[in-house]
Design a binder for this molecule. Structure first.
Ligand SMILES: Nc1ncnc2c1ncn2[C@@H]1O[C@H](COP(=O)(O)OP(=O)(O)OP(=O)(O)O)[C@@H](O)[C@H]1O
Ligand SMILES: [Mg+2]
Length: 433
């Protein structure tokens, strides 16, 4: 099976590694990164140029395209590929609105009785009305830009002043067109967890549950980031909560999308808020795998990922490709560059990845996120930092404690200037376990 993988982050490195373990797979990647390209041939194409990408798929006889990030989906890449009869794991532009428009997702959930926070949507012509609504809304209140804002479009405001500032900033263009409409939402109390459902438009298979760690600092303090680590499975998602989420959230979402003419094919990411009585409501949908949860979730998947994703892409989900979604427990600790999530310096040399993987006897995989190969003067190449989140050090163990210990042991082998990470990834799960 010839597969083209789109993307260049840690999520895609984890996908590349798992896909390459499937029998008879030949993998290409664009844009890729130094970690992904250990498993994949580099497809020298501009992924924003759909014609160029289609030509490549034709020439390389691609059997399956796996789209990692959200931007190409929102740009209609899956539609263009399907129009030429290529099998794509990733939703159409319309189906991807579950992620690319929070107003669409909220209205959709309301239409289909899917549990989520109360909300109201305002457009830019309703600025005054929105201000009045926010000013009298109970606190905390959540203000969300409608569109894709690279994880920066949400404010959980503790004061009305802060909420109004967030509202004004969105309408003043802080998030460009993504902030033309905004969602004002009721605050939900509880603990968050993520579910990934592999969907063929009608049927689905839910992978291991996971918990992300969004804040930069230990104990969930400081600024929001793209995610500083994850572990899977997450004990907060009990068998009962999982079944409820499948019955009351995932299944009706797939039914609703199909009935509305936009069947969802791809990974439906369900962000859950679970309250103390075990009731789960939707915080958000994403239309793709999460990063860094994927690094942990795929690490405990025992199965043939290439055949699973292909079967979903052709509308005929084959659950027999998976033996277990949770064989073991996995923990992924993100190593970031100093300054992250603000401006970071790039170009610092990274050493010790091989050591970290070797000394663990195969329990540890180090996934590249923001790295690049630098041509040194002596004709060799060195690995350098090239982004905020640099690496995802991911270990698999028999218990969560074991997985956490292995990841942190491995981290000690890896060096680059300014290496920054949280020391408490997975501790939330230890308290539950
Ligand atoms: N109604 C709510 N109640 C409580 N917390 C919320 C609510 N909505 C959002 N949050 C918090 O804000 C975070 C970001 O919100 P959301 O997931 O909608 O945004 P996003 O930018 O699409 O995130 P991502 O980058 O993960 O896709 C959530 O993970 C959650 O911690
Ligand atoms: Mg989102």
């Amino acid at each position: 099976m010839n597969i083209l993988l789109i993307g260049s982050g840690g999520r895609e490195h984890a996908l590349a590694k798992k896909l390459s373990q499937s029998p008879n797979v030949k993998l290409c990647a664009a844009p890729g990164n130094p970690g992904i390209l250990q498993f994949a041939h580099h497809a020298h194409i501009d992924i924003t140029e759909h014609e160029e990408l289609l030509d490549f798929c034709e020439e390389a006889s691609i059997d399956l395209v796996v789209v990692g990030p959200e931007a190409p989906l929102a740009a209609g890449l899956a539609d263009d590929l399907r129009a030429k009869n290529f099998a794509v794991f990733g939703p159409s532009r319309d189906a991807a609105r579950l992620e690319s428009s929070k107003a669409f997702a909220k209205d959709f959930m309301l239409r289909h009785g899917i549990p989520t926070a109360q909300y109201r949507v305002f457009n830019e012509h309703q600025h005054h009305e929105a201000r009045e609504y926010v000013a009298s809304h109970p606190l905390p209140v959540v203000i969300k830009a409608d569109g894709l804002a690279a994880g920066k479009g949400v404010t959980v405001a503790e004061t009305h002043r802060h909420a109004l500032e967030a509202l004004d900033a969105a309408f003043d263009g802080k998030f460009g067109t993504a902030g033309r409409s905004i969602v004002v939402e009721e605050f939900m109390d509880g603990e968050e967890a993520s579910l990934f459902a592999i969907c063929d438009g009608e049927n689905f298979l839910t992978l291991a549950s996971a918990q992300d760690h969004k804040r930069i600092g230990d104990g969930d303090t400081g600024e929001n980031t793209g995610g500083m680590g994850a572990y899977a499975p997450a004990p907060i998602v009990t068998t009962e909560i999982l079944r409820e989420a499948e019955e009351r959230i995932i299944a009706p979402t797939l039914r609703g999308m199909k009935a509305e003419g936009h069947p969802f094919v791809g990974c439906l990411y369900v962000g859950l808020m679970i309250d103390t009585s075990g009731n789960a409501r939707v915080v958000e949908f994403n239309a793709r795998f999460g990063d860094p949860e994927t690094q942990a979730v795929l690490n405990v998947l025992d199965g043939d990922l290439a055949r699973l994703l292909h079967s979903a892409a052709i509308g005929n989900l084959d659950r027999s490709t998976v033996q277990s979604v949770a064989s073991g427990v996995s923990c992924c600790v993100v190593l970031a560059a100093s300054g992250y999530p603000g401006e970071v310096r790039r170009g610092d040399e990274i050493t010790g990845i091989e050591d970290a993987e070797k000394t663990s006897n195969g329990a540890v995989s180090v996934f590249h996120a923001g790295t690049m190969l630098h041509d040194d003067v002596d004709g060799t190449q060195s690995l350098r930092t090239h982004g905020g989140r640099v690496l995802g050090v991911t270990a698999k163990g028999t218990t969560l404690e074991d997985a956490i210990e292995q990841s942190y042991k491995a981290i000690k082998h890896i060096h680059f200037r300014g290496k920054t990470y949280r020391t408490d990834i997975g501790q939330k799960g230890m308290k539950k376990g």
